[in-house]
Design a protein. Structure first.
Length: 385
């Protein structure tokens, strides 16, 4: 699937930068173009792989390259004001060659959480290609302002995109890990899972051909609307062949073993750690992609895994295919669940948004009462003099 990636804000830019490195490393070919948008000059300068001409600084008139300070309302405002600057970079994208736009943003900060939904709305108004979002939720210990930003941004972002793929940092943070090491590792987790999904079906002439190709239409049909999450599981396999295989009595392909392995991996990917934990049965649609050396993949394993996921979700819209990777010594299963509705983290964010709204209204009402009281007191003092 050919994508135009747009990293919005600090987290979004770093993830897109990592996507570019990953795409080159695996020879995936799923990135057609990549742009980074930010209101902070230092964040743009810190990128390594996004071309300099594709780094767009917004909000200079207001924040002069220093960022919006976690103010996502200001992030939305400067995006609206400088949308032509962003469009100038997008105009250099050969849109006729892409299958979709993917806007990547951290949802806890200011620039990304505020600006990404604005850009998504703009793109959907102009282009026919799907516009997807990849939203990264902040960990709950990062602070109240970031959780509140995420609560506000989530509601807006999911409304403006065709589908919002979500990665929850709260699930992936490790105890005792430094902040920098934690984010670097999490970014790698993000790009591997979503990168393998989008790379499936993008093959060169010298690549192994899949038994059941996962083309862009399969992904687009799965990402029809709503919120999505991804699971991934893998297992090492012996790819040495020759004497070692003979010693183990594995001279011929063991179809039963391959089928059982893939079914097990699909279960692990689905019931293990998803990018956004949810009740699997609430998914409307799904996609299973088997990855690894072609000689260790088989159609029956993918089909068995697809059938299991169909039973688990109760959905008839479960697709499946394989993505051969000849240079890997492991077999993996990617499971995309789309249209999920029973998501505890989203329920938590909605509660935060409601509480914040009620608190804001209460504070404003109290402030107005206190101001009125102060003015009355001032009037009484004037009468005494």
């Amino acid at each position: 699937m050919k994508l135009a990636l747009i990293g919005f804000g600090q987290a979004g830019g770093k993830v897109v930068d990592e996507f570019l490195a990953y795409d080159e490393a695996i020879g995936g070919g799923f990135i057609n173009s990549a742009i980074a948008v930010n209101s902070a000059t230092t964040d743009l300068k810190g990128l390594e792989n996004v071309p300099k001409e594709n780094r767009v600084l917004i909000g200079q008139a207001r924040v002069k390259g220093h960022g919006v300070g976690a103010d996502n309302e200001l992030g939305a405002t400067v995006t609206e004001e400088d949308i032509d600057e962003i469009q100038g970079a997008i105009d250099r994208i050969p849109v006729h060659e892409i299958d979709a736009f993917l806007i990547v943003a951290g949802m806890g900060g200011g620039t990304g959480s505020g600006g990404a939904p604005v850009l998504a709305k703009h793109l959907k108004r102009i282009y026919n290609e799907p516009v997807y979002g990849l939203g990264i939720l902040p960990a709950t210990d990062e602070g109240g302002i970031y959780t509140l930003n995420a609560a506000r941004s989530f509601q807006t972002f999911v409304r403006e995109v065709d589908n919002l793929l979500v990665f929850d940092n709260d699930v992936w943070r490790s105890a005792g890990e430094s902040v920098q090491d934690g984010y670097d590792r999490i970014n790698r987790e993000i790009v591997e899972r979503f990168g393998l999904l989008f790379a499936a079906g993008e093959v060169d002439d010298d690549d192994d051909v899949a038994e059941s190709v996962v083309d862009s239409s399969e992904i687009i049909n799965t990402l029809e609307e709503g919120v999505s999450t991804i699971g991934y599981a893998r297992e090492e396999v012996d790819t040495s062949g020759g004497l070692l295989s003979s010693f183990r009595g594995e001279e011929e392909f063991d179809e039963g073993q391959a089928t059982n392995r893939m079914t097990s991996l699909v279960r692990k990917a689905t019931l293990g750690r998803l990018t956004l934990p949810c009740d699997v049965s609430s998914a409307d649609r799904g996609l299973v992609v088997a990855t690894g050396p072609a000689e260790h993949l088989n159609r029956k394993g993918v089909e068995r895994g697809r059938q299991w996921l169909e039973d688990e979700t109760g959905s008839m819209e479960i697709r499946g295919g394989d993505y051969p990777l000849s240079d890997r010594d492991e077999v993996g299963a990617i499971v995309l669940l789309s249209g999920v509705t029973d998501v505890p983290r989203v329920d938590q964010l909605q509660e935060v948004a409601i509480e914040a709204q009620e608190t804001t209204e209460s504070v404003r009402a109290n402030a107005q009462d206190e101001f009125a009281s102060l003015m009355d007191t001032g009037g009484e003092l004037d009468a005494l003099f």
